[in-house]
Design a protein around this ligand. Structure first.
Ligand code: ZN
Length: 180
């Protein structure tokens, strides 16, 4: 009797299996996407050169974010694959945190991972993101948060392209885009 063990690499941000390149993305590409925000709020540092954090109450976050944004950013939810308007965006610009407008990723490091979520091989600066071990659902993954407001962005995996070999798999809804 043959047993075939399929090692299903965990490509995606959640349990969805990787969509084949021929799969039809739903609600994805927005040709000529306009900038979703026009402002970047650069980081500020305290006397010890630590990033000054943004803290708000849950009530305030609920006022500022829509339901899906709140679920992903503040409750570590995941948007459905291929539903984000930034997945296929190829314009040059900067991706900021939707919670606090910290610049997080450059279009220069964005690549098409085929997973259905915006993917980058490195953040703009390592100190702009915080990485935490995530043991939810019986898996060990590395969660990525905005270092300033603590908003959940997605996860980072080690199957990305050169030069870092990393894949920051980020929810579109956690980001805004500022076109160059
Ligand atoms: Zn933030």
């Amino acid at each position: 009797m043959h047993y075939t063990i399929l090692f299903l690499a965990f490509f995606a941000c959640n349990f969805s299996q990787r969509t084949t390149p021929s799969g039809t993305p739903t609600g994805a590409a927005v040709p000529g996407l306009e900038a979703t925000t026009d402002s970047i709020v650069p980081p500020a540092y305290d006397a010890n050169n630590r990033l000054i954090r943004v803290t708000k109450t849950d009530t305030d976050w609920k006022k500022e974010l829509d339901e899906l944004e709140y679920n992903v950013l503040r409750q570590e939810g995941t948007e459905r694959a291929f539903t984000g308007d930034l997945v296929k965006n190829k314009q040059k610009g900067t991706y900021t945190c939707r919670g606090c407008r910290l610049p997080l990723f450059s279009s220069d490091t964005k690549f098409d991972s085929g997973t259905g979520w915006p993917s980058y091989w490195k953040p703009l600066k390592p100190e702009y993101v915080t990485e935490n071990q995530d043991r939810a659902y019986g898996m060990l993954r590395t969660e990525v948060e905005c270092a300033r407001c603590g908003g959940h962005l997605g996860h980072v995996f080690d199957d990305g392209p050169k030069p870092t070999g990393l894949r920051y798999c980020i929810n579109s809804v956690s980001l805004d885009f500022v076109r160059e």
